[in-house]
Design a protein around this ligand. Structure first.
Ligand SMILES: Nc1ncnc2c1ncn2[C@@H]1O[C@H](COP(=O)(O)OP(=O)(O)OP(=O)(O)O)[C@@H](O)[C@H]1O
Length: 632
């Protein structure tokens, strides 16, 4: 075992290679345990090394940190380190969490990592790593988080099936072939595999095309078998799913629901819809049913999140710290932050937690957006909140100057169809926004689903209910506060506890540089595509019109054809595949057409849209059975 002096030498060797800019103040004459980012155990051995966003621009070669045998946590996240990763990491035998993401590392996956059987969290995302993802990675039992997205990995995806795995992403690589069908991989959203043009199979909703066919014409090709789970694969999936110790009976039932396939699901959905409909016509229930039945994979992952939280509870402090590290904010930084800023609760609400509680919460990344990363954080009190960590590099000058003033205004917004901003934090190095966590997920996942089961658009009455909710929230923003939402899209509409649609990320566009034109999602009004200064209530209405079409067709905006208004109903009805022409459906299409007018002056105002939607709701076609004929 290396001595404490050996650890100091290792740190100095690392600094010599990684820090040509001399940013790290590691002085050989002082105690290495007091060097910035270094934490030691009582015997002077390095226990934790957190050098995130430290301006490191050199390399991470062999003969540096690999000898730190008591190192539990290593984070070099968000630097500009180049070159290959060292291949002597097997010496890090105590390592639990390794975060090397957002650097410029190249070369292949370091094989020496595969011997670290205690590893719980590995994040190599957003580098330039290439070559295959080693199959042995799938044998690292106990791995909780594996993030490899945004690299150049090639070849096939190993059959990950560790029941411990709760956070997983290989998107944005060059992987190819069928995604193996395992219970664990099936529990992740397809976005975890996205942007790998060569990947195919049921889990990514893309049929595998095989050049060589071993089956006669008309029979099922091996590739087709990969795309649709075979009875054997299904059986295996079910039994392995059932064996996942912490997954409840409820989740097994949900998993079975997922596996019986789209056709059966539609049948079940139709039957249960009709039964339910006899009981009540409550739109919230219809939505709940749509979500629970059609979007079963989301339910699985939600249940996994619950079991993850239970697991986290029962784990050692080390693992809780690893989860906190997933929020990429180190303890040292928490201390620094607490000294430099405080958490401000909005709308005069009493503080019920503080920054330290928030930073120590077990965290799970929900996604990365235009302003930064968003996390679900579960506090010690079991309360779940959503924390948006703003990325300094993406913020414009207003984010620096008018931040508090603007956030106070936004934080005062309270409406049943808005996700409330509960608190915000600002210091020189961090800006955080805290919202209520919405456990029923986003409209994006409701519409586009997590599985091939979401093959058809939502029932149009659900579309109407959602549109009504969204426009009510929007009217409140536009009227009472003279603000604009600025980023209406399906991932920014979340489903509340009664499946009411709630707008989130309201009024945050001021945080971006006015010239930011990165948003090419299809929701941005033509006049605002090159300058955020052109965002107005009318550009919100444009985005709302695009959203209406997304709701009605189930197609993401970038797949909407450019059509003149008379052709819109033809397209919508062709996509919906419902031959019947309900007057109210046509009225909704008309509203969408008016909202997406290229000229802002010709679009209806928010109040007009609100009124039109009410009119649709009040229109009585006299066709009482109509709803069930439109079930999708
Ligand atoms: N309060 C919340 N509760 C539950 N999920 C949320 C909450 N806020 C955001 N999400 C989800 O987290 C994910 C990431 O959100 P984020 O806002 O960072 O990115 P985005 O919505 O994709 O893009 P943008 O930054 O442009 O809004 C999205 O899928 C979003 O639906």
């Amino acid at each position: 075992m290396a001595s404490p002096e050996g650890d100091a030498q290792a740190l100095l060797a690392f600094k010599a290679a990684a820090d040509p800019g001399d940013r790290l103040t590691f002085s050989p004459t002082s105690d290495h345990c007091r060097w910035p980012g270094v934490s030691c155990s009582a015997d002077g051995k390095v226990y934790r090394l957190l050098l995130e966003s430290a301006g490191l621009t050199g390399t991470f070669p062999n003969g540096t940190l690999g000898s730190l045998d008591q190192l539990h946590f290593l984070s070099l996240q968000d630097n500009a380190l180049v070159g290959p990763l060292p291949d002597d990491l097997s010496g890090l035998r105590s390592l639990k969490a390794l975060f090397l993401d957002r650097n410029l590392f190249a070369g292949s996956f370091p094989a020496s990592l595969l011997s670290l059987r205690g590893l719980r969290a590995l994040d190599l995302s957003h580098n330039r790593l290439s070559g295959p993802i080693p199959a042995a990675l799938a044998t690292l039992d106990g791995l909780i988080a594996l993030r490899l997205e945004g690299n150049r990995f090639v070849g096939s995806l190993p059959a990950f099936n560790q029941s411990s795995l709760k956070s997983f992403n290989v998107s944005g690589n060059h992987l190819s072939g069928a995604v193996p069908i395992t219970a664990v991989l099936a529990s992740f959203d397809p976005s975890a595999f996205a942007d790998n043009p060569g990947l195919c199979g049921a889990l990514v909703r893309k049929e595998c095309v095989s050049s060589a066919s071993f089956f006669p014409r008309g029979g099922r090709s091996p590739a087709a078998s990969a795309a649709a789970p075979s009875p054997i694969a299904t059986q295996a999936l079910l039994s392995s799913s059932a064996s996942r110790s912490r997954v409840s009976h409820k989740s097994a039932v949900t998993a079975i629901g997922f596996l019986i396939g789209a056709v059966a699901l539609v049948g079940i959905f139709t039957a249960s819809f009709v039964i339910r409909k006899k009981r009540t016509k409550q739109q919230g229930e219809i939505l709940a049913l749509e979500k629970n039945t059609m979007n079963s994979a989301t339910s699985i992952s939600e249940i996994n999140v619950e079991s993850y939280n239970e697991e986290i509870d029962s784990m050692s402090n080390e693992l809780e710290a690893a989860a906190a590290l997933a929020m990429a904010i180190s303890e040292e930084r928490v201390k620094r932050l607490s000294m430099n800023g405080c958490l401000v609760f909005c709308a005069g609400e009493a503080p019920i937690y503080n920054l330290e509680h928030l930073m120590r919460a077990s965290a799970e990344m929900l996604g990365r957006g235009s302003l930064g990363s968003t996390y679900k954080a579960v506090l010690d009190s079991r309360m779940a909140v959503t924390v948006k960590r703003l990325d300094k590099k993406k913020l414009g000058s207003m984010a620096k100057e008018g931040f508090e003033r603007q956030m106070d205004t936004v934080g005062r917004l309270r409406h049943p169809n808005l996700v409330p901003l509960r608190a915000y934090f600002r210091s020189n190095e961090e800006r955080l926004l805290v919202y209520d966590f919405q456990a029923n997920g986003s409209l994006y996942s409701l519409i586009h689903g997590s599985r091939s089961t979401r093959a058809k658009p939502l029932h149009w009455t659900s579309c109407l209910k959602i549109a009504d909710d969204v426009v009510q929230g929007l009217a409140y923003i536009h009227q009472s506060s003279c603000l604009i939402h600025g980023n209406i899209k399906s991932s920014n509409i979340l489903l509340g506890s009664d499946f009411e649609a709630c707008l989130t990320d309201s009024c945050l566009s001021f945080l971006l540089e006015p010239s930011d034109n990165q948003n090419d999602s299809g929701y941005r009004a033509p006049e605002a595509r090159n300058s955020l200064q052109q965002l107005t209530p009318s550009s919100d209405i444009y985005a709302f019109g695009v959203l209406l079409l997304e709701l009605l067709t189930g197609k993401p905006p970038l797949q909407h054809p450019v059509l003149i208004p008379p052709d819109l109903p033809v397209w919508v009805r062709s996509v919906r595949e419902d031959a019947a022409c309900d007057e109210r459906l046509m009225m909704i299409i008309d509203i969408a057409a008016a909202c997406i007018h290229s000229s802002p002056e010709c679009r209806p105002t928010t109040w007009q849209v609100l009124k039109m939607i009410q009119e649709v709701k009040e229109t009585d076609t006299g066709d009482t059975d109509n709803d069930s004929t439109f079930i999708s």
